[in-house]
Design a protein around this ligand. Structure first.
Ligand code: FES
Length: 496
């Protein structure tokens, strides 16, 4: 029998018993330790402090630790195997996962259904009574694939490195277990499961070839709806239950956005609306009942904390908002703890406040000539971070402009701008407008929460005709392929 060892996690006081030689990356991601670079040793975000016991350091790890100026008791979890009983201090990030209780019109059906929002970072499963529309229960969790990196590119790369089956098994098992846990509390007969997610999640879950998503023109032939039976996935559901992963619109615009279009009802309205999801992909959609255009931008990483020096997701310790106070500013930190970094909403706020205080100029330059500005003790916004913000902001603003051009309309003709996703909830709308991210007026902006989940629930009550009707009028635009893209992009880099 394999020898067991104990890992003590502090400050959460959790004891884990694992096989000798288990990689820390296999166990810690469940406890909130993040592995943004997928274990390549480049980000340093998986750092843990060794409190007791022995945990070896390879020369390569030591080199990385030196580079990150981390002392003798620190380790990079992505490098470590557990060889003895140990105690570790981990930065416990409390994930804020957005479920949803929005009410919507529905046509009563028989039985019970499950809606699944399969996000790159987070997962939500909701059980619904299809006759009454009542949500019986919801569970949330983190996507176990996170140990292969936090962004889509790392996940695709892991698949190309021969790990697709592992990623697929992880996610199928996790969602199956989440459904089982909900049904343990509510033993009802589920007739239907709807899954929505971005195209990469769709491909990995469904066992489709992700290679076409890895090179230009990023066109996959497998965007269609994928159907499964419970036995095939190993899920404990009645054998008649229909499981469907909804179709993607384009290679980087998935069924989470299709669900978002349904949730906003933009495909039914006379007036034009915009849907923006500032998550991993930065997807944007504009349209009305006649025509819809959509695109993905490269904006996501900055708003999710990647590429920003002290960037992090909207979890405990993140500066989530910054308000001006005369010539100074006040930061709000999630969890009311000492600031560890800054998340997307905090970044936008900081930019808006610093621009207003003329600490940052029109071209993004720090006016004092310094290389960085301290936001909270130990947390800085660097010149490079400002550049990253400008790139992300320009990607969204240029994307919107190109989609408007395609529809031959201007922003004045937009009736409503829906902001989707957990990120949207923390946004200070006035600051979004001041930074030029979205060129509209405050009264038009609506924060809609988890539109992917709202749409997935709506799909439980709708037939295929409903989906086809949206897909038929929706065109996916490749922004970089537009001849005006470069010029507009450069123009939108300016602040103010
Ligand atoms: S250094 Fe990036 S995950 Fe370990």
């Amino acid at each position: 029998m394999q020898q067991k060892v104990t890992i003590n996690l502090q400050p959460i006081d959790k004891k884990l018993v694992v096989n000798l030689g288990t990689p820390l990356i296999d166990v810690l991601h469940e406890y909130g330790v993040e592995f943004p670079c997928g274990g390549k040793g480049t980000c340093g975000r998986c750092k843990v402090r060794l409190l007791e016991g022995e945990l070896g350091k390879s020369p390569e790890q030591q080199q990385k630790l030196n580079k990150l100026t981390l002392g003798a008791d620190w380790r990079l979890a992505c490098y470590c195997l557990v060889e003895s009983h140990i105690s570790l201090e981990v930065a416990q990030f409390e994930n804020i996962i957005l479920a949803d209780n929005t009410t919507f019109d529905f046509r009563p059906q028989k039985g019970f259904g499950v809606a699944v929002d399969l996000g790159t970072t987070t997962l939500v499963v909701q059980l619904l009574n299809l006759e009454t529309g009542q949500i019986l229960d919801a569970v949330t969790d983190v996507n176990p694939q996170a140990r292969f990196g936090s962004d889509l590119i790392s996940r695709i790369q892991s698949c190309l490195d021969g790990k697709q089956e592992e990623l697929q098994t992880l996610i199928r098992k996790k969602i199956g277990a989440m459904i089982t846990s909900v049904l343990a509390k509510h033993p009802v007969k589920v007739s239907e499961v709807v899954l929505v997610g971005n195209t990469v999640m769709h491909h990995i879950f469904s066992g489709l070839n992700v290679q076409p998503l890895s090179f230009y023109p990023f066109e996959s032939p497998d965007l269609d709806m994928q159907k499964f039976i419970p036995e095939f996935l190993g899920w404990e559901l009645p054998e008649t239950a229909a499981i469907r992963f909804y179709p993607s619109i384009g290679s980087f615009v998935g069924s989470d956005i299709l669900a978002g279009i349904a949730a906003t009802k933009m495909a039914e309205r006379e007036e034009f609306s915009v849907l923006i999801d500032l998550g991993t992909n930065g997807e944007i959609v504009i349209g009305n009942k006649e025509q819809i255009v959509c695109a993905s931008t490269a904006a996501g990483p900055a708003f999710e904390g990647a590429k920003i020096n002290q960037g992090m997701r909207a979890t405990t310790g993140a500066i989530s908002s910054v308000m001006a106070a005369d010539d100074d500013f006040i930061c709000h930190i999630i969890g009311n703890v000492k600031a560890k970094g800054i998340c997307g909403s905090g970044l936008i706020d900081a930019m808006a406040v610093l621009m207003r205080q003329e600490k940052i100029g029109l071209f993004g330059e720090i006016n004092s000539g310094e290389e960085k500005i301290e936001l909270s003790p130990g947390v800085f916004l660097t010149q490079q971070d400002i550049r990253e913000f400008q790139l992300a902001k320009a990607a969204i603003a240029a994307g919107l402009q190109i989609l408007l051009n395609r529809l031959r309309i201007t922003f004045d003709e937009i009736d409503q701008v829906f902001i989707a996703g957990g990120f949207g909830n923390f946004l200070n709308i006035q600051h979004v407008i001041e930074t030029g991210l979205i060129e509209t007026t405050e009264d038009k902006i609506v924060k809609l929460g988890n539109t992917a989940l709202i749409g997935a629930k709506m799909f439980l009550f709708e037939d295929q005709h409903f989906i086809q009707n949206i897909l038929k009028k929706t065109t996916h635009i490749n922004l970089e392929g537009d001849p005006a893209f470069q010029d507009i992009y450069i123009e939108k880099m300016m602040l103010g």
